[in-house]
Design a protein around this ligand. Structure first.
Ligand code: ZN
Length: 151
């Protein structure tokens, strides 16, 4: 299911609960590593589609661990950015090419990768899907920002 323009920045409108392993949950899991990549499986089962390499799984609820298919949408990076920007009440004119990450985050992700941390662990730490982390680290997104934070 692809995100619809009117859904961007709206969060979950039908009031359905976030779910994990098919069970409704109200509290985020204490162990974030319990957040499996099940949402992709849930997406596949519910809609028969998976994100293409240039797309993200977007959570309407912003809970990366949630696998309620009603909260999952396939979105482009720019839609994902727009969603996050609207939710934060920020301006829509930002030049951020990637959702929910800042320039400093991307520098930190690249540094962690150089130190040998896996893409999955980095993605978990920054609460993005692994393809988003991979793309940011490998300059598929966040091109040309250099490798160090300007002081
Ligand atoms: Zn949810």
């Amino acid at each position: 299911m692809y995100v619809q323009p009117h859904e961007l920045g709206q969060g979950v409108v039908d009031g359905s609960p976030c779910m994990m392993d098919g069970e409704p949950v109200s509290e985020p899991p204490a162990n974030r590593h319990h957040r499996p990549r099940k949402y992709k499986k849930a997406l596949w089962r519910a809609y028969g589609v998976l994100p293409k390499p240039n797309e993200c799984v977007m959570h309407l609820c912003d809970n990366g661990w949630c696998d309620n298919p009603q909260h999952l949408r396939i979105a482009t990076y720019s839609q994902n950015t727009l969603d996050a920007t609207i939710k934060r009440g920020g301006s829509l004119g930002g030049d951020r090419p990637h959702a929910k990450l800042t320039k400093a985050d991307v520098f930190e992700m690249r540094r962690l990768r150089l130190e040998g941390m896996s893409y999955q662990r980095i993605a978990d730490q920054f609460n993005v899907v692994v393809s988003c982390a991979y793309n940011a680290i490998n300059e598929i997104t966040w091109k040309g920002i250099g490798n160090a934070i300007e002081q």
